[in-house]
Design a binder for this molecule. Structure first.
Ligand SMILES: Cc1ncc(COP(=O)(O)O)c(C=O)c1O
Length: 503
């Protein structure tokens, strides 16, 4: 793997120009006859105001004179986004205030026209389906490498990308998710080279890797690997507020005029400026302190991985997986705790950790729970997680917490549990999503064309999408996930007794 890291930039990264203009506005004591209606807190519910404090409300402003306009930046926001681009190794960066969700939509709407083919992994986040529906593109699914032992998908290999392009030479862009939710990174350099040989762009959903650019022990960032466009959920792994993200672009394969037009479609005319300023300061923090903060995070996470692996029947994968198909590199700050051999599902482990030890993990699936270690994770918090897992693994654990679901346990242990294969595509997602539909009983829906996205959440990866034929295998898989207590996102009927299909 390649772990080159950026050189420092010529711009003054100690500045936070957008945060500064908000502070200057407050300092100037301007009398506000503009939105928002709470007028810097005066009209805000008292209990809320007392809790969040006056300062955050004072900078909850709107884009009036001097505060620039995210839709048409001309002043401080130009500098703030230029600083971000330099810091994250891009040519241009765009601040997003509707997460990487809107970033995925922007990337696809920019790179694709209706009917264009996009090669993308089956384990793409459900927000990519929004991009497909909006752009009218046709998916060419690529099968990520499946890890049966850990029951998870890894990334797409360069060989899969090459084979896909040989089979479907009219694909207009490659879209890769790297890293995965579990912190496994793809060989983006090799994939970028293949895409560029075909003269098509590489788009990367790097929602989980905004920190990669700032430390040599982390995988190569998408921009450094040569991707044309990528998204970073800075709110997930760095210090910016929830909902914030960045879209980065470089090179000549992406039409930046089109990107700017699309970006405006997705943006409110009243962006929350507190969110925007939090992007500005998160960038400054990374530019100045990123390597040191991440060194500490990696140290805490590595220590936790070692200690968790000492607990009998608990496994946290690490570098030993590198080199397996689809595992090019590993993000050490993501800790996947495989609890299968304890006789628990990940869902049960998540609930027990929360109920008994007041520890909340990021994600649970059938075999695993995932704990995120970030620049905000302390050694004390890490110790409490490890204590909870150690208790969970005790042979003499209290009976009241031992409640594995019999069906699942049997299936897991006999290996009859299998991820469903990709169903046949009968319609373009956009056409199926917008078609006339009807609700039919889920159990007997095999053979019908699905018109909704059904996503067990987390991890947020669709099992079936609009335009695909419902297969008996998918019905069996989703029924199993449902019985395990997984929350389904997307279906009209939350209980999945009924499913919406094309009439
Ligand atoms: C791989 C991936 N892409 C995109 C998203 C959407 O990101 P956001 O929550 O920032 O909108 C997620 C969310 O979990 C994700 O896991």
């Amino acid at each position: 793997m390649n772990r080159r890291k950026p050189s420092t930039t010529a711009l003054d990264q100690t500045r936070a120009p957008y945060f500064q203009v908000l502070l200057d506005y407050v300092d100037a004591g301007v009398i506000p006859f503009h939105t928002p209606g709470h007028k810097q807190g005066i009209g805000m519910d008292r209990a809320f105001r007392d809790f969040v404090g006056d300062n955050v409300l004072a900078i909850d402003l709107t884009q009036i004179r001097g505060l620039d306009d995210l839709l048409q930046p001309e002043e401080a926001l130009v500098e703030a986004q230029d600083l971000a681009a330099a810091c994250f190794g891009a040519e241009q960066s765009f601040f997003l205030i509707n997460g990487s969700t809107s970033g995925n939509q922007c990337m696809m709407m920019t790179a694709l026209n209706p009917g264009d083919k996009l090669a993308l992994p089956r384990n793409s986040h459900k927000s990519s389906m929004g991009g497909l529906i909006m752009s009218g593109a046709t998916p060419v699914w690529m099968q990520p490498e499946v890890d049966e032992a850990l029951h998870m998908d890894h990334t797409i290999t360069p060989a899969t990308v090459r084979a896909t392009l040989e089979r479907e030479p009219d694909v207009k862009a490659i879209y890769i998710v790297s890293p995965t939710y579990y912190g496994v990174a793809a060989d983006l350099e090799a994939i970028a080279a293949i895409a560029h040989e075909h003269n098509i762009p590489l788009l990367v959903d790097e929602a989980w890797g905004p920190h990669f650019h700032f430390h040599p022990a982390l995988p190569l960032s998408a921009m450094q690997a040569g991707a044309d466009m990528c998204i970073n959920s800075t709110h997930k792994m760095l210090g910016s507020l929830s909902q914030t993200a960045m879209l980065h672009v470089q090179g000549k394969r992406i039409r930046v005029d089109r990107l700017k037009a699309v970006y405006k479609l997705f943006l409110s005319t009243s962006p929350n400026l507190v969110l925007v300023a939090s992007l500005d300061v998160a960038r400054r923090q990374m530019a100045i302190e990123g390597p040191a903060l991440l060194s500490r995070t990696i140290e805490i996470a590595s220590d936790a991985r070692t200690r968790l692996n000492e607990i009998p029947r608990v496994y946290c994968f690490g570098e030993e997986l590198e080199g397996r198909p689809g595992v090019f590199d590993i993000d050490p700050t993501k800790i996947t705790i495989t609890v299968k051999d304890l006789g628990y599902t990940g869902y049960e482990a998540e609930e027990i950790l929360r109920r008994r030890y007041n520890v909340q993990v990021e994600l649970a699936d059938l075999f695993n729970v995932v704990a995120l270690y970030t620049i905000g994770t302390t050694t004390e918090a890490s110790d409490l997680l490890i204590h909870g897992v150690r208790e969970l693994a005790r042979e003499d654990r209290p009976v009241d917490i031992f409640s594995p679901s019999g069906v699942l346990e049997r299936r897991m242990n006999t290996g009859t549990y299998k991820l469903p294969s990709i169903p046949p595509i009968r319609l373009v997602p956009r056409d199926a999503f917008l078609a006339d539909t009807e609700l039919v009983p889920f159990k007997t829906s095999a053979g019908r064309i699905c018109s909704e996205v059904i996503t067990p959440y987390p991890p947020g990866i669709p099992v079936i999408s609009p335009g695909e034929e419902i297969t008996p295998e998918i019905i069996a898989y989703l029924s199993l996930e449902k019985r395990a207590g997984v929350r389904m996102q997307g279906p009209y009927d939350d209980d999945l007794k009924f499913i919406r299909v094309v009439r």
